[in-house]
Design a binder for this molecule. Structure first.
Ligand SMILES: Cc1cc2nc3c(=O)[nH]c(=O)nc-3n(C[C@H](O)[C@H](O)[C@H](O)COP(=O)(O)OP(=O)(O)OC[C@H]3O[C@@H](n4cnc5c(N)ncnc54)[C@H](O)[C@@H]3O)c2cc1C
Length: 412
């Protein structure tokens, strides 16, 4: 009998699992709380085993072709002079600027299209503007209630809703913990000017703050403002006037390109503020419900591993569910194989992320000295410590071949 899966969340992890399960013959429904497919989001990178997953999906070349074109990471002083430069990686794993850098929305689109597109009626059925409100987990099936649709039965429910997942809270309650990293970040897009180039330009300011400007291929510049939270209250706010007021209050005295960035952000339509955190879940499944991607094991953007874990997690869960009809055994296998990799990814370099956002002028001077040594021919140890996440430290299990459709020969 056809197996039916509900996946909640249509960003990276959810569509990647949809790709593998529809290929294996499952009936796949994806529900997304946003009213339409979200194309926004800033620069994400894919590394190591995540690149191998892209290759097996037939998407790796396309991801490289649609990359942001970032040439490397450059730290600058507040007068604009260069402190240290780290060119983009030429291998699949290392580098603050990885070999595969792409905008989140573009990667998400590629994955969705690879499984037939996001319009209802295609191979994977996408439903926008809805969410799970209850799950009645039974021995035969899970009965799911939605905000705007009738109840339906599924064999498996996958929660791929990102860091602050509400279905995770519904099923796992307080069991899953968020570990805040003490850094609040605001992302946004602004028009590119002649001052911008194809490097990730990063400038530190006293008070545990930094401003980053990154290229894309669309004539805009991607902005990333970070501030240590324990220095001053800086609540997690939705995009509205008070976010801008907070940014002006927090960054109003900062030099370099910051005044222009703040002015331009007033007109940005994709401003997005989040306090960085990691997700710690003692178990990833409960009955027929399983956590995937950031919802289950977000390592935070500073790890450089979030998108990689989502792709690898979707692949490993897809392989386990394809191989085994018993969802409990499949979930156990998924967790057994993936958890050590997740633990390595969540293990951040010492002092991260505070070390990259020092409080004092002296702290910034020390950081700059370390970066200069790191960028020199003798700085390999420093580069490996901060720019080499354990992305290739994982062997993907084989993906079972999709079952051939059974053909009944006509009777003679
Ligand atoms: C709009 C957006 C912008 C981002 N920008 C960046 C960035 O600039 N840099 C970076 O490093 N990372 C960014 N990320 C996070 C990055 O995509 C993830 O860290 C990583 O790729 C893991 O992806 P994920 O699919 O597990 O989770 P996410 O990418 O967080 O996706 C979760 C999806 O679930 C949906 N969702 C949430 N709650 C519900 C619900 N209750 N019901 C149904 N759907 C729900 C969300 O709308 C989203 O589409 C962004 C994510 C989003 C959604």
């Amino acid at each position: 009998m056809e197996r039916r899966v509900l996946i909640s969340g249509a960003s990276i992890a959810g569509p990647a699992l949809a790709f593998w399960l529809q290929r294996a013959g499952w009936s796949v429904v994806v529900v997304e709380r946003a009213d339409e497919f979200r194309t926004g989001g800033q620069n994400v990178d894919v590394r190591g085993a995540g690149r191998e997953v892209l290759r097996r999906m037939g998407l790796d070349d396309e991801v490289l072709a649609r990359g942001t074109g970032e040439q490397g990471t450059r730290f600058v002083a507040d007068d604009g002079s260069t402190v240290a430069e780290f060119p983009a990686a030429t291998d699949t794993t290392s580098g603050a600027t990885a070999e595969a850098e792409i905008l989140r929305g573009e990667l998400s689109t590629l994955i969705v299209e690879a499984a037939g597109g996001a319009s209802t009626g295609n191979v994977v059925e996408y439903r926008f503007g809805d969410r799970i409100t209850a799950i009645d987990d039974g021995p035969e099936r899970a009965r799911v209630s939605f905000g705007h649709a009738d109840d339906e039965d599924f064999d498996v429910v996958v929660v791929a809703e990102g860091l602050r997942s509400s279905t995770r809270r519904l099923v796992f309650g307080a069991e899953v913990k968020l570990k805040p990293l003490g850094l609040v970040t605001t992302f946004g897009s602004i028009p590119r000017t002649v001052n911008d180039d194809d490097w990730w330009n990063w400038c530190n300011f006293v008070g545990g703050r930094s401003v980053s400007l990154r290229p894309d291929r669309h004539g805009s510049t991607r902005v990333f403002l970070a501030a240590q939270v324990d220095r001053r209250p800086y609540p997690n706010l939705p995009r509205d006037q008070s976010t801008m007021a907070m940014l002006r209050e927090r960054f109003g005295d900062a030099g370099w390109e910051t005044p222009r960035v703040l002015d331009a952000l007033e007109h940005s339509d994709d401003l997005y503020t989040v306090e960085l955190a990691q997700v710690g879940a003692p178990r990833w499944s409960s009955g027929r419900v399983v956590l995937l991607g950031d919802a289950g094991y977000c390592p935070s953007p500073v790890s450089g591993m979030g998108t990689t874990l989502s792709l690898v997690g979707a692949y490993v869960l897809g392989a386990a569910l394809t191989r085994d009809d018993d969802h409990r055994r499949a979930f156990a296998e998924y967790e057994r194989i993936l958890r050590p990799y997740v633990e390595r990814a969540q293990h951040l370099p010492p002092g991260t992320p505070q070390a990259a956002n020092p409080i004092t002028r002296r702290g910034i001077a020390t950081l700059h000295t370390v970066l200069r040594i790191g960028a020199s021919p003798f700085g390999r140890g420093i580069r490996n410590l901060f720019q080499r996440p354990p992305a290739d430290d994982f062997t993907l299990p084989p993906m079972p071949e999709p079952a051939a459709p059974s053909v009944r020969l006509p009777e003679r």
